[in-house]
Design a protein around this ligand. Sequence first.
Ligand code: GLN
Length: 484
Amino acid sequence: MLSSLTIAQAHEQLKTKKISSQELVQSCIDRIESVDKNLNAVVFRNFDRALEEAKRIDTQGTFDHPLTGIPYLAKDVYCEAGVPTTACSNILRDKTYIPPFDSTTKKRLKAVGAISIGKANTDEFTCGGSTEWSCYGVTKNPWDLTRVPGGSSGGSAAAVAADECLFALGTDTGGSIRQPASYCNCTGIKVTYGRTSRYGVMSFASSLDSIGTLAKTTEDAAIILGTIAGKDPLDATTGDIPVPDYRRDMKQDIKGLRIGLPKEYFLDGMDPEVDTAIRAAAKTFESLGATIVDISLPNTAYGVATYYVIAPCELSSNMARYDGLRFGHTAPKPKDLLDYYTRIRSEGFGPEVKRRIMIGTYALSAGYYDAYYLKAQKIRTLVRQDFDNAFNAVDVLLTPCAPTPAFTIGAHTNDPVQMYLEDAFTIPASLAGIPGLAIPCGFSKNTLPIGMQLLGPQFGESTLFRAGHAYEQATEWHKKRPTI
Ligand code: GLN
């Protein structure tokens, strides 16, 4: 099946004319048509347009860039001109919002001839860790259809794992690329805040949101990031820092690399199989010439509480634009303006987004701002300083992505705090704005994937790719595929 190729493999075959882009796109379409009724990973299909695009690219016949002619899915928060984009929310699904412009990431992918075949499921406005909060219904984990794929980029992760596409765009605000990558056995890169442009991607929490990707290998993730990263005049938070040649740099060995194991990420309550898999990964790194160093990040325990103040505050502000006046859901025959707003927003938003709007609005209100938002920002600085100190002693940190493998659908939907605790290992890096790479590193005894997380200093993506690539060369975990 062509859709199971990596980007690097497909590129070789396209270049040598062994396959055409049309065949590659068709293979993804066939795969989606045969398995997505079980998965529900794809919420919008743009197949005709994708095939037309592939034909155009085949006719041109130049495959100079590794992404030319490569089909992908985008999480349903990436705006693409003329293509419905709903953030998996009824507030935009009703009267289907169709953006008149491309996000910068889409534009950069288009420029090299990558082909968008559709949109992937997500928790509404990316608020969640299981893809259960989508107006299109839950995505199933391809390794076990009774379990969640993680979230919020669960549609993207499930689609990559099930070979419905060659890669998928995701976003990560508090773990939404790394945790689903780990639950579905994909490689996922969450970048340094400001490494990629957020322009044209629907916001959740603006000081935390980052644009990244889910892929089948570290090499593929490096190819994609090398294409989408860099300064964007349309996003003032992007850094004017040169984009390294990640794919070339990743090939150096890791002899002498200092890898820290932070003790706060190995908790009593976590699944012992996760603990075992991460410690085994540390041994593999050692055998490749790295040094393992025990380290402490003392403020880790405050991460979840800090994030769940900052993120809802910023969400409540970002959601204010959905007022039903200019686009999206409307209410017929309102009594007055207040009735109109109340109906739009109570009908349009789902339960998790509403919960967060209420928490955020409360925490930002006069009298509470200092006690909650400002306090949380101060703790955020402490979390950041922990990482700064750690990176004086080590080059990268090795941790689990999540305390458990994928949980059962419905397990946490009535207990939001339990759901939030699943984010304990991904949130600190988001608060600090540093990059994280998720890589498959084992399976539980009931064949659920387990992922590790490699964290690096700001703009240290190259080192993460180098470590990830070395690990993938030495192991087979990332090659395993679910049977569906
Ligand atoms: N699970 C986290 C949350 O619910 C992270 C979401 C994200 O990164 N978009 O907020």
